[in-house]
Design a protein around this ligand. Structure first.
Ligand SMILES: O=C(O)CCC(=O)C(=O)O
Length: 344
């Protein structure tokens, strides 16, 4: 009996300090693996906690997620039906406030459906300009992040229309081409949008540009150096916008990459770009075919197109051109040359 009393603790105690024996005695020593992440490396002491007694962990909202998920909410850009240029000017252009103009693109294209057949019949220059195929610039990547625009190839519009829906070009081919080039027939099928029809605005239009793809494009996060009225002709687009007041949180290199943020808006790394957690004033516009969006100069935006055939026409205008020196004290012409070399 005495022998047993001495032996029982002896049987258990020798395992102390010997991890392998513990595992033998307690087979459930190792918990089963779980898919859940603890984010232990994200644990922080709360500001009031000097003693570590109330150490807590929290998951940072939107870390490694799309731009916009870091904010509490991303309200929709106001949606209005409007055609009066004076009201548009006073409420939106002068105030630099984005707005969705319901039906404005449909009105500017006369409600005509831009089928591939319709477009193919207009893929040549008009006779007065030789009637040859319209040579358009085609970006060979549909996804642009971190300021890396893909290589461009001069492909004529007829060839683009033949190829852009083919599976082998699924992730390629984003056509970005001026409709204002001489002889471009398609340009005649887009009317000046009603809200721009006053001399101060329509005389300040620089260019109209066609953006067309099979869908699923993403742009980098950038600002435009002109006001921009974007007509969504067909397909859908989501545009994520932040006001110019947030520029200091965008990590822009003012000297080398003016107008572009190096942050990947598809997967925001808050370790690398912590100020994105403090972005404020963000908004989103979800455009359907027929809608238009006004993007004021200087508003940060990223554009994602829906997964379907897609075309938009942008109208760039600059009603204040020459009236004020720009905010960086840089010569406007120089700044724009830099912009177009890097981005367009
Ligand atoms: O629609 C797009 O993919 C990009 C257009 C854009 O970024 C712009 O017009 O500023």
């Amino acid at each position: 009996m005495l022998h047993r009393v001495f032996c029982l603790p002896f049987l258990l105690s020798p395992v102390i300090g010997d991890q392998t024996r513990y595992r033998d005695v307690l087979p459930s020593f190792r918990p089963a693996k779980t898919q859940r992440e603890c984010h232990v490396h994200k644990c922080e002491r709360w500001p009031s906690d000097e003693t570590f007694t109330a150490r807590k962990c929290h998951r940072r909202k939107g870390h490694l997620e799309r731009m916009g998920s870091q904010q509490k909410s991303m309200p929709n850009v106001p949606r209005v039906t409007m055609s009066d240029p004076r009201v548009f000017y006073e409420k939106h252009v002068a105030a630099a406030e984005p707005v969705v103009l319901a039906g404005a693109a449909a009105a500017a294209t006369g409600g005509v459906a831009w089928t591939d057949d319709f477009l193919s019949r207009r893929c040549h220059l008009d006779d007065a300009h030789g009637g040859g195929p319209w040579l358009a610039n085609v970006e060979m990547s549909k996804v642009v992040v971190n300021s890396t625009r893909g290589p461009r190839e001069p492909i004529n519009f007829c060839t683009f229309l033949r190829d852009y829906l083919k599976p082998e070009f699924k992730d390629k081919m984003y056509l970005i081409a001026p409709l204002t080039d001489p002889g471009v027939q398609l340009g005649k099928h887009v009317e000046m949008p009603a809200v721009l029809q006053c001399p101060e605005m329509h005389e300040s239009v620089h260019e109209t540009r066609l953006w067309m793809s099979s869908g699923n494009t993403t742009s980098e996060l950038h600002i435009d150096t002109k006001d921009n009225l974007m007509l969504q002709v067909f397909g859908t687009k989501s545009i994520y916008l932040f006001p110019p007041s947030q520029s200091h949180k965008m990590y822009m290199d003012y000297h080398v990459r003016y107008g572009e943020s190096p942050v990947n808006p598809e997967r925001v790394d808050l370790d690398k770009w912590p100020m994105f957690a403090q972005l404020e004033g963000g908004m989103v516009a979800h455009l359907r075919g027929g809608d238009a969006l006004f993007i004021p100069e200087g508003w940060w935006h990223q554009i994602r197109t829906g997964p379907e055939r897609n075309a938009a026409v942008t109208w760039e205008f600059e009603p204040y051109e020459g009236l004020f020196p720009n905010s960086f004290g840089q010569d406007t012409f120089e700044q724009e040359r830099l912009w177009s070399r890097q981005v367009l």
